[in-house]
Design a protein around this ligand. Structure first.
Ligand code: NAP
Ligand code: G4F
Length: 326
């Protein structure tokens, strides 16, 4: 029997890689997309003919009910979110509505229309926030530091509660940062790799950043969507951390990106702008994914320097395609 999956956040970084993976595995794939004045199909243009896109918005319960009915899914991947931490400080209510309550709306739609479906929630290492131990694993207490992190904690506990109260198959993947050339341009890794490529091409001279000392556990996104799938193939619902186990500072990422582009003295090309600082910062994240390795056989493969190389090379290539060398 062909399995079907409903993916929310279909146009985002993870949604696009996950739908590719599910197509490869022979699933019938449904992707939830919200109406925008100009459609945002860049990440999924190459697969748009092989998936069924359903209009819907996490703010709107009836559209989620209709989407679940239409897809009649075996698996639901709850990836849609207002996912940019910085924006959550200026749009805290919207972030709570989408990233927090939106997940409960989707859970309700599944409970009413597809109670046997397996449900994956895109939980985040931002929930750990101000950490009191290192590395962080499934037992580490949450101390979110942004409206985004707070909304993710709410959604996380809603998922645990639907598992316990309604006996639904609901699992959380608590994923640390994962990046790629499909990342939104405002996220640190993409902002830097894109900026470095533009400096390399002589299109601009500098990049304005914020806190260079923050540390993150950065992995490669296509590997993390494989973890999402594995989480739902496990015999019982459970929660799993996904991470590389290594942490690097923003400064290290910047230095490596400039080095790869052959630009020395990176400090001359980076300016500080207070607008890029956050009212409360998450200083240091490093994950321990040994539970996912032991139970699901999953392990992050791409290491830090390979990730930076992949992203910088992709940006340089993309610019060369737009402006071929003479
Ligand atoms: P992303 O690229 O920002 O994608 C977010 C997706 O959500 C987009 O498709 C967006 O649609 C959709 N969306 C936003 N608001 C919506 C609404 N009201 N109704 C319906 N759809 C809506 O995020 P990502 O990096 O792929 O991350 C996927 C999920 O994993 C998110 O929940 C994120 O918070 C979580 N997460 C990500 C990471 C990471 O490092 N990437 C780590 C941990 C957890 P538009 O295209 O229309 O904007
Ligand atoms: O790339 P970022 O914006 O990602 P952040 O805040 O870690 O959140 C991402 O990862 C989470 C998982 O831990 C996801 F849940 C979330 O949805 C998102 O995908 O910032 C990374 C770090 C921060 O410490 C930030 O303060 O980089 C620092 N930074 C320094 N200058 C900057 C900048 N971040 C951005 N976006 N832009 C800057 O100019």
């Amino acid at each position: 029997m062909v399995k079907s999956a409903l993916v929310t956040g279909a146009t985002g970084q993870d949604g696009s890689y996950l739908m590719e993976l599910l197509l490869k595995k022979g699933y019938e794939v449904f992707g939830l997309v919200r109406r925008l004045s100009v459609p945002n199909m860049g990440n999924i243009q190459h697969i748009v003919d092989r998936v069924t896109l359903i209009d819907g918005d996490l703010i709107d319960q009836s559209s989620l009910n209709a989407a679940v009915k239409e897809a009649d899914p075996d698996e639901v991947y709850s990836l849609a979110a207002q996912s940019f931490v910085a924006t959550s400080f200026v749009q805290p209510v919207l972030t709570g509505e989408i990233t927090g309550l939106g997940v409960v709306r989707l859970l309700e739609a599944v409970r009413a229309n597809a109670p046997d479906a397996r449900f994956y929630q895109a939980s985040s290492s931002e929930m750990f926030g101000r950490v009191d131990r290192e590395p962080q694993d499934e037992t580490t207490p949450f101390h979110p530091r942004s409206p985004y992190g707070v909304a993710k904690v709410y959604a996380y506990w809603a998922c645990v509660n639907y598992r316990e109260a309604h006996d639904l198959f609901v699992s959380n993947g608590i994923l640390f940062n994962h990046e790629s050339e499909r990342r939104g341009l405002e996220f640190l890794t993409r902002k830097v790799s894109h900026g470095v490529a533009r400096i390399h091409a002589g299109l601009t001279k500098s990049i304005a950043l914020g806190n260079l000392d923050a540390k993150r556990d950065w992995g490669y996104a296509p590997e993390y969507v494989d973890l999402m799938w594995r989480v739902l193939q496990h015999r019982e619902p459970d929660d799993f951390v996904g991470a590389t186990g290594e942490s690097h500072s923003v400064r290290e990422f910047v230095a490596e990106a400039f080095r790869l582009a052959g630009i020395s003295d990176w400090e001359k090309h980076v300016t500080m702008d207070d607008k890029n600082l956050r009212p409360s910062e998450v200083y240091n994240l490093r994950g321990d994914a040994s539970k996912a390795k032991r139970i699901l056989g999953w392990e992050a493969k791409t290491r830090f320097k390979d990730l930076v190389r992949t992203m910088v090379e992709a940006e340089i290539r993309a610019l060369q395609q737009v402006r071929p060398a003479r």
